[in-house]
Design a protein around this ligand. Structure first.
Ligand SMILES: *Cc1c(COP(=O)(O)O)cnc(C)c1O
Length: 380
């Protein structure tokens, strides 16, 4: 759900606010870092890392961005149906039954390896593709060692090969072994692309950088930088943002409302399995958000907290599917309808996605990408 009217917020039980200003700011900061001739290719997979693919794509389109990545054909179709133009590259696997949709919605498909290229070719009608090259991640892509196979893919009759790319898998640290591995990946990719150029296949677009790649190895160049997490003003692990060469600002805040306030006597319990038992008189607030909205259940029993009136309210007992109980004993005057901040800031107090990820023992990317579709998304 996406509503542009601020009024919608007032009626919402739980919602995401997208800061258009921060997204614009991140785009300009990242553009400064781009190598010469390289364009941003925002990654809008998983509903734009939970932000809402359609509103984010619309904002980016207004900033002049004309190339996007998604993980699945269905994600690409959603963007097309909402008026997003330009190139949309599907980074993941598409079933042959859906090849006709690639054509119908003018999507560009990743060739995940040589065998898949043959399957795409057998479709019998032209499909636009970028060739994925595996330089060491061993996930998708034809092996960089199989130059003949890659050349063969280029000559397949029904493939319109617009680009070729690889993905770095150890570009997020400055450990010497990771730097050496990244250098090997980059060299392997550049050898493949150089050879293809020699064969007169020059117009092929190349790309190798994603968020950490652009921040740490901008010199690797390419025609596109596939920007995911950094574009949203977040990095995967704590501390990375402090060391980052760009002044990235978080685009997303997650807010919910107090549905009810209760007074518990000592010995009374709250929530499923009676996981919380009050040691003393305790005031709780029940929030209208739960794990079905993407709030990790591992934040239960005090592992996580929210901000109400700028003060921390720790989670009490087990997080439920649609509700979460927090302790507001120390926050005077909490009333049903009040706003609670799950991700975001209130004055000097901030709960970042990274804080939540650390508390839930995961990375920011997972927290964001699991934010539920039933949350309303509004652009502020
Ligand atoms: C998800 C993904 C990206 C974006 O990665 P970030 O680290 O979020 O920038 C880029 N390329 C590929 C192939 C991906 O799967």
């Amino acid at each position: 759900m996406w509503m542009e009217q601020k009024a919608a917020v007032l009626k919402s039980r739980a919602w995401i606010e997208l800061s258009a200003a921060n997204l614009r700011h991140n785009v300009s900061c990242l553009r400064v870092l781009l190598p010469k001739g390289c364009e941003l290719m925002p990654v809008l997979k998983a509903n734009a890392y939970g932000h809402g693919a359609v509103p984010v794509a619309k904002l980016l389109q207004k900033m002049g961005i004309r190339s996007f990545c998604v993980a699945t054909a269905m994600e690409g179709i959603e963007l097309r149906k909402n008026g997003i133009g330009g190139t949309i590259l599907v980074l993941g696997y598409t079933h042959p039954e859906q090849f006709r949709l690639l054509r119908r919605f003018r999507l560009t498909q990743t060739v995940v390896d040589f065998d898949y290229a043959q399957v795409v070719n057998q479709f019998g009608r032209a499909i636009r593709v970028h060739i994925g090259v595996d330089t060491g991640m061993h996930r998708l892509g034809e092996s960089c060692e199989n130059r003949n196979r890659i050349r063969h893919i280029l000559s397949m009759r029904n493939l319109r090969v617009d680009g070729i790319f690889t993905h770095l898998c150890a570009d997020d640290t400055d450990l010497p072994q990771d730097k050496a591995f990244t250098a090997r990946q980059a060299r392997a990719f550049s050898e493949v692309t150089k050879e293809l150029r020699k064969q007169g296949q020059t117009p092929l677009k190349t790309h190798i950088l994603s968020s950490y790649g652009l921040l740490h190895y901008p010199e690797l160049g390419g025609d596109y930088a596939r920007m995911g997490i950094a574009l949203y003003g977040v990095l995967s692990k704590p501390g990375d943002l402090d060391r980052c060469p760009a002044d990235l600002r978080p685009v997303l805040s997650l807010k919910t409302r107090v549905a009810a306030v209760k007074e518990l006597e000592a010995g009374e319990s709250a929530g499923y399995s009676r996981a919380f038992i009050a040691k003393e008189k305790t005031r709780t607030a029940t929030l209208a958000i739960g794990y079905a909205d993407g709030l990790p259940r591992s934040l239960s029993c005090g592992a996580g907290h929210v901000l109400i009136n700028g003060r921390p309210a720790p989670v009490v007992g087990q997080i439920c599917m649609d509700q979460t109980i927090v302790d507001v004993s120390d926050i005077p005057g909490v009333t049903p309808g009040d706003t609670a901040i799950v991700i975001g800031g209130y004055g000097q107090k901030i709960i970042s996605v990274c804080d939540l990820a650390t508390q839930a023992n995961t990375i920011s990317n997972e927290i964001l990408s699991r934010l539920g579709t039933r949350l309303e998304r509004i652009v502020v």
